[in-house]
Design a protein around this ligand. Structure first.
Ligand code: FES
Ligand code: FES
Length: 161
């Protein structure tokens, strides 16, 4: 029998201590141990990006990381964006551009945007297209997602009255 391991991490600003199998992925730990099912698992081999989360601000494929690799790190999942200005801007822009169809990929794109907007709030369309190409969407044809992200980025630049 494999011995489980204890690890500590911060998820969406909350500290957690987990006891996990050494081979458990970060995606499984988030979904099964913490109930954060907004992180989707699709291919589970690093291709689709549906499982994207931020670890110390950087987007990672949570299906490719062992949970224990996140020991001592700060993880942000799509649930952690709830209520924020960025989520509001993205939600409106995605809806207005019909950039969500089945929605399975959406959390992954939101996390890509969250990481990128924090690093570079002035991405041009080419950079945004490159960013979005990291993840797979079978439904939208990508252009609505790129347009929505450009609009969300622009909306976030407008100072609140
Ligand atoms: S589920 Fe992780 S990349 Fe597809
Ligand atoms: S909206 Fe269905 S996979 Fe992207």
């Amino acid at each position: 029998m494999t011995q489980k391991m204890q690890m500590s991490l911060e998820v969406n600003g909350e500290p957690h201590t987990l006891i996990v199998e050494p081979r458990a992925t970060l995606a499984d730990a988030l979904r099964e141990e913490l109930g954060l099912t907004g992180t989707r698992t699709g291919c589970e081999e690093g291709v689709c990006g549906a499982c994207t989360v931020l670890v110390d601000g950087e987007p990672v494929r949570a299906c490719l990381q062992f949970a224990v690799q996140a020991h001592g790190r700060e993880v942000t999942t799509v649930e952690g964006l709830r209520g924020g200005e960025m989520m509001a801007a993205l939600k409106d822009a995605l809806a207005e551009n019909f950039a969500v169809q089945c929605g399975f990929c959406t959390a992954g794109f939101l996390m890509l945007a969250a990481g990128a907007f924090a690093r570079d709030p002035d991405m041009d369309e080419r950079a945004m297209t490159e960013l979005v190409s990291a993840n797979l969407c079978r439904c939208t044809g990508y252009q609505p997602i790129v347009k929505a992200m450009m609009e969300a980025q622009a909306a976030m630049r407008v100072p609140a009255e």
